[in-house]
Design a protein. Structure first.
Lengths: 112, 112
DNA sequence: AAATTGACCTAGAACATCTAGGTTATTGGA
DNA sequence: TCCAATAACCTAGATGTTCTAGGTCAATTT
């Protein structure tokens, strides 16, 4: 394991939204693993960050949740994107891209 | 003015370090303006964020400071990168690049 | 003389993430 | 059978950064 970076404030929501867009529904633990594996372990979300984030997003109407049974036969809470969540995802993505571009511009400008 | 994005937690330090690397020394207001103009107004740092950040960085030995006189004949506090600050800058830059890449990977993976 | 600008400052609010705990139930091994 | 490990969830409080919203002082402009 090379190193794992802390999640930057404001990006977790994007990561969750994007992750949830890959399936009809996923439960928390799955989301956690998917974030980790899809980034080859560079991004690791703590459970103590993820669950509150999911609750916040549900409260804001970005997600719906219902209990079900996981692959391994255990009780699990399945989350789904709402229409609002999908719109938010698009916005979060462009905001992130804009931010990255702006930082890139500054870094480039500093080379001169 | 299209829109200005909030500074994401953890990135201000990188922005300041990079900005200071463009000159021997700069004072706070200059740093503020440089961040804004080099990103075409996309990133705007509030004074209430900048000054505490500069103080933190000085305390950590990343910067030194001394009072002088600005272009416009006003009292101003000039900051300089220390050797430690320069090292920190390199690290902050690669961390940022790694982070961006990881998020990019996740977003790409979500397209499948 | 008054208003604006330049430059600096701080206290407290807001907010998200992490730390560090805890719960329950199932599975696997000794 | 019993115990440990795993899966899955949860929350309270600590931490740390940024923003809001003020304020000061001196020089320039009106």
């Amino acid at each position: 394991m090379t190193k794992s970076l802390d999640i930057m404030q404001g990006t977790l929501e994007l990561l969750i939204l994007k992750t949830l867009s890959t399936a009809e529904s996923m439960h928390g633990f799955e989301i956690l693993r998917w974030i980790q594996t899809s980034t080859q372990g560079v991004l690791t979300v703590e459970e103590g960050s993820l669950y509150p984030a999911l609750h916040r997003m549900q409260n804001r109407g970005l997600l719906t949740a219902e209990f079900g049974v996981s692959d391994k036969g255990r009780r699990a809470k399945y989350y789904q994107l709402t229409t609002k969540g999908r719109k938010r995802m698009v916005r979060a993505e462009t905001d992130w891209a804009d931010y990255v571009q702006a930082v890139g511009q500054l870094v480039e400008a500093a080379k001169t």
